[in-house]
Write a protein that binds this ligand. Sequence first.
Ligand SMILES: N[C@@H](CCC(=O)N[C@@H](CS)C(=O)NCC(=O)O)C(=O)O
Length: 293
Amino acid sequence: MSRTIRLQQLIRLLRHRQEPMPGPELAEALGISLRTLYQEIAVLRAVGIEVVNQPGEGYVLPPEVTLPPLALGEPEGSQHTEGASPEAAPAELVFYTNPLSRGGIVHWMLEELGVNYRLVTLEYGAAMKAPDYLAINPLGKVPAIRHGDSVVTEAAAICAYLADAFPEAGLAPPPAARGDYYRWLFFAAGPLESAIALNDLGVQPTAEQKMRLGCGDYWALVETLAGAVAGRSCIAGDAFSAADVYVGSHIGWGMRFGTLPRRPEFEAYWAGLAERPAQRRCAAFIEQARVTG
Ligand SMILES: N[C@@H](CCC(=O)N[C@@H](CS)C(=O)NCC(=O)O)C(=O)O
């Protein structure tokens, strides 16, 4: 059965039910594994068909949903029938990092995804500037990932890439609802990072320089960021996403090392994120590295 037909069947099955349909029942009706079902539901969400998961009950389709036929075209190379041909081996995912680096952001993202990856630790200095690593990142900096043939550097780009590469984890909103997601990811990776660095180095741009600098004024950025997270547990929409991993890391780190003020909006937002099991695992990993030197 092609993926398009399977997705249409999945929608049809849900449409004919008033009640939520449990995942295992749905998977059985489609003749696929639960894992494949999660992937197919992620595909539907990625094209804007919001299948709702009612915890403990199963999946339902909002009655107003219509199926966009073209949006469900067969992705290249995906025309396999489960059980009839072997699943392609997953692409190897390699994570280059140093425990005491921005790699912590990507580490958290990987732990949230719950995927298999190979962690390669690089010491600062010669190892990061060796030719084999410069072939991965010509800047000789961590983090970086290699996923199959794709190499991605820049922590924010890696988080966004991983959310798309593993849609079943639901760490990116559907494309049509990505306004805030992109906005705050880029805000934190661009102007916020630059302004924090300048402020930390004691550089005080003049009013005229602030007009030319992409980041503008440090305190205006702090105010804007505080407004974006005030009273919210997630920065983009109602669900935790890669934007929370990235922006949250800046906030948690910034408050810890004094590069951002301990504003109540930041404290409240970070308190919710710091409790996440994936974040706690990464914090323990960093602490271990710090203790053992
Ligand atoms: N813009 C990069 C920054 C990467 C970066 O500066 N990494 C630091 C560690 S946090 C590094 O590898 N420094 C080593 C060096 O420059 O030699 C990102 O967001 O990933």
